[in-house]
Design a protein around this ligand. Structure first.
Ligand code: NAD
Length: 476
């Protein structure tokens, strides 16, 4: 299993198409593979296959579905170096991060493989002595899964694991830039004997059009999307036509609070993790650093010293901490944000504003950020640190909540009461307290406000793939 899969995967078969699109390495634009560019007919065939496979997959004992998911996870781990290399090539991320992603992605299959057997119903004491009231949880049906390019494996398995565990079938449309990881996972699903039609993949260079067709298909009963807030809003509007269930994991604009009593070394270590994973291109990236005035200067100095040690380079080089950003549009966006900040008075306190067109962007630290700046309002999605000072705890919280996003927030403080007080005041679906990495399969991942709907991971992650069915039985 060393060859890169390049065709669509529909109803258990690899389906070629003359029309193909190039998947390239973001580092140097070298071509990795020419991938089948799915058309409408292939999308329709994939949806039909998922619909046909659904009744038998749903009826299959949960333990068997769970066991198959566990087997895919085991194969992923056994094959982690190949999968990680592929990820580094198509996404650009450093190899050590790609390995971590493969493990993280596999952990969702393991977790949901276990959860399959715990999709419990309930019995309810009836007020009528002649009745018995039971509630069962049933798979919602075929699911459309649409994923972004920044975590090609993990964003898929968070959905695929929950869907397959619940008894749903899936048609996935990976991001244009990174379809190869999804196809590699389809190959592993095929290898362990997941039946034809249960997991289908339609790669496309026309994400909006082909994604739109997939989401509009009548047989699709649920949509699970990870990507930008704008596309998420469009999907939710369109889903109304058929009243499809929708889960949306959307953009973030995470605040990272460092309060006056924080352990500054721990805060710097957390900041590096929260900011620079995937070259800053994560939905949970620390976007706005909010520093309580007494420690602002000391934290900035320590952080700049740590940032100075980061190595920027090709992802496949083991020394690399920060790989290339995904494409030219990402470079242009980062430059626009920094130029806007500097033109409005932000100060470069470490590094230099990015110049040129290279996708390798060296980290830069900017202080004196103000709310009018685009750096404050928009997801940076790059290795840029934006610092703002707060007068006190209340000011820090007000600044943190000054955003439409609500995915994650981070706070560093040693005071136990303050930890709870601030965590509860922050408007976010997740809070890291003295912790820069909150993501784990056992916990509910997801946002509030414009960051989305629903949760992935944890025992809650399966809920969105099941319908409650209440059964009233007359016994006498
Ligand atoms: P994007 O919204 O441009 O694309 C995401 C996916 O949607 C791609 O597969 C794309 O082809 C598809 N798509 C685009 N238009 C579509 C349409 N009209 N109908 C159906 N599908 C369509 O986002 P991106 O640039 O690939 O990813 C980056 C964004 O994803 C960031 O905002 C990031 O914060 C967010 N993200 C969120 C999470 C989370 O869990 N909350 C995780 C990772 C990334």
């Amino acid at each position: 299993m060393s060859e890169i899969k390049r065709d669509a995967f529909i109803d258990g078969r690899w389906v070629a198409r003359d029309a193909r699109f190039a998947v390239t390495d973001p580092f140097d634009d070298s071509e990795i593979a020419q991938v089948a560019d799915a058309d409408d007919a292939m999308v329709d065939a994939a949806v039909e296959a998922a619909a046909r496979a659904f009744p038998a997959w749903k009826r299959r004992p949960a333990a068997e579905r769970g066991r198959l998911l566990g087997q895919v996870a085991a194969r992923m781990l056994a094959d982690e170096r190949r999968l990680a290399d592929l990820c580094t090539r198509e996404n650009g991320k450093p190899l050590k991060e790609a390995i971590a992603e493969v493990r993280y992605a596999a952990s969702f299959l393991t977790w949901f493989g276990g959860e399959a057997e715990r999709v419990y119903g309930e019995t309810i004491p009836a007020s009528n002595a002649a009745q018995r009231l039971t509630v069962i949880r049933e798979a919602v049906g075929p699911v459309a899964v649409i994923t972004p390019w920044n975590f090609p494996y993990a964003m898929l398995t968070r959905k695929l694991g929950a869907a397959l565990a619940a008894g749903c079938t899936v048609v996935a449309k990976p991001a244009e830039a990174t379809p190869l990881g999804t196809l590699a996972l389809a190959e592993l699903c095929e290898a362990v004997g997941i039946p034809a039609g249960v997991f289908n993949v339609v790669p496309s260079s026309h994400g909006g059009r082909i994604g739109g067709r997939l989401l509009a298909a009548k047989a699709i009963r649920k949509i699970s999307f990870t990507g930008s807030t704008e596309v998420g809003q469009l999907i939710m509007r369109n889903a109304a036509a058929d009243l499809k269930r929708v889960s949306l994991e959307l953009g973030g604009n995470a605040p990272f609070l460092v309060l006056a009593d924080a352990d500054l070394d721990a805060a710097v270590a957390g900041a590096l993790v929260a900011k620079f994973r995937n070259s800053g291109q994560t939905c949970v990236a620390a976007n706005r650093f909010i520093l309580e005035a007494p420690i602002a200067e000391a934290f900035t100095a320590k952080l700049s010293a740590a940032v100075a040690k980061l190595v920027v380079g090709r992802g496949s080089d083991p020394a690399t901490d920060i790989g290339p950003v995904i494409d030219d549009a990402a470079v242009a966006k980062i430059k626009r944000l920094v130029e806007d900040g500097v033109s409005r008075g932000a100060r470069v306190v470490f590094g230099a504003a990015p110049a040129g067109t290279s996708r390798l962007i060296a980290p830069v630290v900017l202080a004196g950020i103000t709310p009018e700046m685009a750096l404050w309002r928009e997801e940076i999605f790059g290795p840029v640190i934006a610092l703002r000072t707060a007068m006190d705890e209340a000011d820090a919280i007000a600044q943190a909540n000054d955003t439409e996003a609500g995915l994650v927030a981070y706070v560093y403080t040693r005071d136990g009461a303050r930890q709870h007080r601030v965590a509860e005041a922050l408007e976010a679906g997740m809070v890291g307290v003295n912790e820069g990495l909150v993501s784990t399969a056992q916990a509910p991942f997801g946002g509030i406000k414009h960051s989305g709907l629903g949760r992935e991971g944890s025992r809650h992650g399966i809920d969105d793939y099941t319908n409650l069915k209440y059964i009233a039985t007359r016994i006498g």
